[in-house]
Ligand binder design. Sequence first.
Ligand code: FMN
Length: 224
Amino acid sequence: MSTSPSKKAFRVGVICGSQRKPRVGDQITNFILETVQPHSNSARATGERDLSFDFDYIDISALDLPFYDEPGIPSKITPPEGYAHEHTRKWSQRVAALDAFIVVTPQYNWGIPAGLKNAIDYLYHEWKGKPAIIVSYGGHGGGKAAAALRVCLAGGLGMQIGDKMVVNLTFPSRDALYTAAQGQHLGLDAAKEGGMWSSERTRITSSWDEMVGMLVSEGVAKAA
Ligand SMILES: Cc1cc2nc3c(=O)[nH]c(=O)nc-3n(C[C@H](O)[C@H](O)[C@H](O)COP(=O)(O)O)c2cc1C
């Protein structure tokens, strides 16, 4: 985060939590990013404050993290030197550099994908206290996965998740669910009125606005 009193630059990690191939998680994560990115510079989002945002797109499948193999417990480790493995140090540095997160997750058997949970569990201090938006998707919006993730992030890691910062996206028809299950093209377009989930964009940008409010008040608290 910038220390300049006039200009504040924040870095936001946008996490695609689905790993399988083919999948729709990447399409949905792009849809979220393309909804949030233009909004993030608007007066509504910034309150006309001098804020800027950089985004780091994190594809869990591209991290190549093995199943948790650190000998220690992350909450007891001083990052990044305290980690035994280079893959953990790299992941630690990437997450530590970020101020906030949007975590996009499918619902797998009422939970979140194992790869996403594995990547989260590797670290502790790098997540702690930071704001996070949860976006889940599924036949009924993936609410069970979102709830499980909320317990993990807010309870386990002390992350800040406000009332508007959980968005559940329901596949609008059985056809759409089958298309998703096959990892085929959903035709999402963040700029198109009347397209799939275009009516969800206000909920997505509202979640962003709540997160920005947290980032700004956190910055004020740190400066005070
Ligand atoms: C292992 C697995 C478990 C699933 N469990 C659920 C579930 O509990 N609820 C649901 O609505 N959909 C479930 N689905 C269907 C997913 O919503 C759908 O396949 C979606 O495309 C998964 O996201 P992805 O393509 O990004 O992996 C499941 C899919 C998989 C692969």
